[in-house]
Write a protein that binds this ligand. Structure first.
Ligand SMILES: *[C@@H]1O[C@H](CO)[C@@H](O)[C@H](O)[C@H]1NC(C)=O
Ligand SMILES: *[C@@H]1O[C@H](CO)[C@@H](O)[C@H](O)[C@H]1NC(C)=O
Length: 308
């Protein structure tokens, strides 16, 4: 048991440290812009969704994650393009993963933080499914959804992780944690701005303080431990969030009530938005009757199973 718990914590720590492994470099925006051009040239001609994925901002994130080394960034980005072409994260529809979301274990909050970042709420204690593949697909769906809902000029999200009710028995096996981590760190670099761990077992923080010596300061700053009825925690949370939005669980004033039906409605709308964005709405339309307007015609493939 001791060993298992240690591994769990280690996994957690690696997940956060690597996923947001950025280095504070000297400010050299001109040099960075030329690196972006260099990387784009090195990638060669792109088409379709790869072209859409590889915006300048995207290239910058991969460069940042690889310390502005063009070769390494290229390799990393190509791995992602390969992964995206097979896993097709942008094509996951809500109806495929909705079962995973019934308890509200992971969902997108209806508010942003003070920097305009999308907020994902994770409640690992509410895990009640067993298929690791489906759990991962659900998480990937929500990360894609968080990105889809970023305001102009903001590229990152914040995670509020509520450990209330979390025990070893609800924790994920190491292999699944490893798969999750590698996807997050390899394919979503520089997307996590902050992770707030609410009410975690105290040993997490003790462990994190030790690990600190192996991490750069910027990464270390991205993970915050937050405890109920703790004055510092409340102040910290209020510096990042408007307390009117923030659920009471996290020290704010809002009621946190996950309503699966309401959330599903939003996600169905977002599926249409996503299909339009990635340009497979025509594929969806082809199964429609072809006579209805574009709004209606985009629905069938993703939504049919839900309607039943
Ligand atoms: C970097 O330098 C540029 C131009 O000198 C400036 O506009 C920008 O705000 C700086 N960025 C940071 C993060 O300091
Ligand atoms: C998980 O919990 C939800 C909500 O309580 C329930 O509807 C669903 O059937 C549960 N799923 C499993 C696989 O037990």
């Amino acid at each position: 048991m001791q060993v298992a718990l240690g591994c769990q914590i280690l996994v957690l720590v690696i997940m956060f440290s690597r996923w947001s492994n950025s280095h504070n470099q000297e400010n050299d925006s001109l040099q960075h812009e030329s690196k972006v051009k260099e990387l784009r040239a090195a990638l060669g001609p792109l088409s379709g969704r790869s072209l859409k994925y590889c915006t300048d901002a995207c290239l910058r994130r991969y460069l940042e994650a690889r310390n502005w080394n063009v070769d390494k960034s290229k390799k990393m980005l190509e791995e992602t393009l390969k992964w995206r072409s097979t896993y097709k994260p942008e094509e996951i529809c809500w109806h495929e993963v909705t079962v995973e979301g019934e308890t509200g274990k992971v969902y997108r909050a209806n508010f942003h933080d003070r920097h305009g970042r999308t907020v994902l709420i994770l409640r690992p204690g509410r895990q009640n499914t067993t298929s690791l593949d489906n759990q991962l697909r659900h998480l990937v769906y929500l990360i894609e959804n968080a990105i889809l809902n970023l305001p102009e000029g903001q590229e990152q999200m914040a995670w509020l992780i509520d450990f209330t009710g979390w025990t070893l028995s609800t924790s994920v096996p190491i292999k699944s944690a490893h798969d999750t981590i590698s996807i997050l760190q390899n394919h979503y670099p520089e997307r996590l701005a902050m992770a707030f761990l609410y009410n975690p077992p105290r040993i997490f923080e003790a462990f994190w303080k030790i690990v600190k010596y192996f991490l750069d300061a910027k990464t270390f700053q991205k993970v915050k431990f937050v405890y109920p009825k703790n004055k510092d925690s409340v102040e910290l949370m209020r510096s990042y969030f408007d307390e009117e939005n923030l659920p009471t669980e996290f020290g704010g004033k809002a009621m946190l009530e996950y309503n699966h039906e309401e959330f599903s409605k939003q996600m169905i709308q977002d599926d249409i938005k996503s299909a339009n964005l990635w340009g497979f709405d025509d594929k969806l339309q082809s199964v429609g009757n072809g006579h209805s307007g574009p709004e209606i015609a985009t629905e069938p493939v993703c939504l049919a199973p839900l309607a039943s």
